[in-house]
Write a protein that binds this ligand. Structure first.
Ligand code: GN1
Ligand code: MG
Length: 367
């Protein structure tokens, strides 16, 4: 993307807070629905600058605080691990506030790293899954309750379901009428919510440090295509492993993503499923309890279902959260996710077998 000239003076005032006097180039990076991001070059250095969406992350300083706590812990416990923490401004804060423009943070750009926006090989799915697992695994000794909860109830399906029901009762009447068929389809999968409630009451499903946004663009890769680390830690909070594994399934399994309007292109690819499971188990096998291992397949159902109800609730609420680029955007996104959910459910026994095979392989290697 080309530089937007209107960003120039804003960016230079932010950089001054970091004692960076000038920059040569600011390239907007478009990915994700929530934050704005630029790649900034100066004569000697490259940075990533990001505006925090403070409509969603209400206390931006807590984001920086979480990063700092994790950074301190990992430096001490896993010194070789690449962790990309926000740089400190001259105020010694990891976030800078600019009146009228909001909150910003600056990261070092990791030389030789790149991100990708679409998963095109099972290897990439494996690498990403391995990195998200590694992150949680390295932090298994860290008390996750010390972290600020940056979005309360973010992946609390019970609450999301209540919000969905609320939207289908009190939202825009025309849109509710239009959504009737999708609402009833989603209600027919209420078993996904019941399982979540069982998980919440199961002590053997642990609260861990979870990333909560495991899309592929949140992984840094090196030139050889190996995963380096995970980035975008705003939603790092205590959570269940099903959140991370589930969002990988939601976003890596199908060659067509949540924006696809031709639902016939939505598909669940077995080799990508296996890669996600292999990658995650390669770093988390020794941490996951037997009960947790039993919920690997469920992870996908959980996340896809939650995203479908979030999109449809937003449609009924006149797109107040996600926004819409065309008419019925969130309606189509919801329908897309329901298709994906069905494709996943169709393959349940085959995919459970893949999980079983992968678990056996690990036991065989151990023996
Ligand atoms: C939002 O902006 P992005 O892509 O990082 C959302 C996720 C959704 C995703 C769907 C804070 O994430 O939960 O899965 O959109 N993040 C927030 O595209 O709501
Ligand atoms: Mg994000």
């Amino acid at each position: 993307m080309k530089e937007d000239p209107s960003d120039r003076s804003l960016i230079s005032s932010i950089l001054k807070a970091y004692d960076i006097p000038e920059f040569t180039n600011a390239e907007p990076i478009v990915s994700g629905l929530i934050n704005r991001t630029w790649k900034i070059s100066t004569v000697n250095d490259v940075y990533i600058l990001q505006r925090v969406n403070d409509g969603i992350f209400k206390r931006p300083f807590e984001l920086a605080d979480n990063s700092r706590m994790i950074d301190d812990y990992l430096r001490e416990q896993s010194s070789g691990y690449l962790f990309v923490a926000p740089l400190l401004a001259s105020s010694k804060e990891g976030v800078v506030f600019v009146l009228g423009h909001g909150y910003f943070r600056l990261f070092p750009f990791i030389t030789g790293s790149h991100t990708i926006n679409v998963v095109t090989t099972p290897d990439q799915a494996f690498e990403a899954s391995r990195q998200f697992g590694k992150f949680t695994s390295l932090l298994s000794g860290f008390d996750s309750t010390k972290l600020h909860t940056t979005i309360p109830d973010f992946h609390n399906l019970s609450l999301r379901y209540q919000q969905f029901e609320n939207a289908t009762l009190n939202g825009d009447p025309e849109r509710i009428k239009q959504s009737f068929e999708l609402i009833s389809q989603l209600k027919s999968h209420i078993h996904i919510l019941s399982t979540f409630e069982k998980i919440q009451n199961n002590k053997a499903v642990k609260l861990r440090v979870m990333h909560h946004d495991t899309k592929i663009s949140n992984v840094l890769f090196d030139d050889q295509g190996k995963g380096l680390c995970v980035i975008d830690l705003d939603t790092v909070m205590p959570g269940y492993f099903i959140s991370d594994v589930g969002d990988m399934m939601r976003t890596y399994l199908s060659p067509a993503n949540e924006e696809e309007k031709d639902f016939s292109k939505i598909e669940v690819r077995n080799d990508y499923f296996r890669a996600i499971v292999q990658g995650y188990l390669s770093t988390m096998r020794s941490k996951l309890t037997d009960d947790e291992l039993g919920f690997i397949f469920y992870s996908g159902l959980f996340l896809i279902y939650m995203q479908a109800i979030r999109f449809l609730a937003d449609h009924c609420n006149n797109d107040s959260y996600y926004g819409a680029k065309y008419e019925n955007h969130n309606f189509i996104r919801a329908e897309n996710q329901i298709w994906l959910l069905k494709r996943l459910l169709e393959k349940q026994s085959l995919l459970q077998k893949i999980i079983g095979d992968e678990l056996k392989k690990i036991i065989a290697v151990k023996d």
